[in-house]
Write a protein that binds this ligand. Sequence first.
Ligand code: FE2
Length: 473
Amino acid sequence: MGNLFKGGLETQPNEVTIEELPVRGHLPGWLNGALLRTGPAQFEVGPDSYRHWFDGLAMLHRFAFADGRVSYRNRFLQSPAFRENNALGRIKYADFATDPCKSLFKRVASIFTSPEYGGNGNVNIAQFGADFVTLTEYPLAMVFDPKTLDTLGVYDYEGTDAQNSTAHPHHDRERDLGLTYAAKYGITNEYRFYSMHGKQLTSLSTIKVDHPAYVHSFGLSGRYVILAESALRLSSSVSLALSGKPFIENFEWTPEDGSRFIVIDKVSGQVVVEAPTEAFFSFHHVNAFERGDELIVDLIAYPNNEFVNAGYLDRLRADGAGIPGGELRRYRVPLNGGRATYELLTTENVELPRIHYDTYHTRGDYNYVYAASVRRGTTDFYNQLTKVNLTNGTVSVWHEDGCYPGEPVFVPAPDGRAEDAGVILSVVFDSQSATSFLLVLDAPSFGEIARATVPQHIPFGFHGQFFTDPIAV
Ligand SMILES: [Fe+2]
């Protein structure tokens, strides 16, 4: 048992600008814009190594499309973590599962002062007004130039002192308003939701909680904000400050306490209902909508927190390694009280879900979920892309032996009427050549229409967005 994919977890030191990538197939003439992605790309600093896939120093990637051609550029995000760690030749800033071992004095001091954030925005990208920003789970976003990928500085939120945030804010289409989540740990622990007015965060809802769960994303329906509280919970906020353990290792899997959905009115901020359910773990919401006196919450869930453990680099790089596949679950949350229950929407193992968000998010008639997935019966990294038809349960798959695709980003065709009229863009690691390519699938048929080859590997990342905004392209 070898490990074909471990090359996708190696540092990529080269920053390149390639005006035109070689393309096999034909890019659609209407595909104009830029796919901007982020992900970890440096896993060692001097003698120190990051311990987890989620920790590596961020690199930005830009695929820009025009007139049937595509260019590529990549640059490291010049965050405080990147600059100071590399200047020092050591890892100075803590991350998800790596902690540079502060002294006890500094740990105690950090309870009373704001912790230092490194701004290592390796999780997601967003556009806030005219600013393009990188996001991670700390509330320190970095602004970058969407054309050159030069880092421009810190995005200064106002109005929050939270320690933990989300890289998955939502856009409330009805009100053209951003919504985001944060957690505050301290003498009391709080889940917090904010509306975003430019850089100003305005409190929408604050929910006190004894043992806050690890939260990666949240849901939004037409009327409600939804917190799916997993069973991976902070044992003690004092230990978070003093334990000497990295952030995520202060959270304990506590299935005996179950999970719950907290449903919040998106306008008043009032908690409408709390619905308990059996314990699960989740990173990603997919979609949510109301149906009669029920709230439907589609998300990717796991029966335990094994994914977090499987993501440690020594385990992921080992022979025979694999990543647990998630379940696409449809939860029914009764708005009048009672337990939440779920059904599986597919038997495929899926993660990194995407939908036609701009038009179909919060809509009950949405029908397609795109995801990276692990072929059933294999122990492997994400080795196929999957399109799930929610109406009839059919699944379309793209797979090529030895190839490892990342998040499938749906780009709608400008004149398309059907939900799936458009293309799927995914960065794929080819283990045979140890390089990556950008895969373009026809979204309706899920067949390949083009691939653009990059002369080096792009380490496995997490999320990206496609922009047709003229500022970006
Ligand atoms: Fe994510």
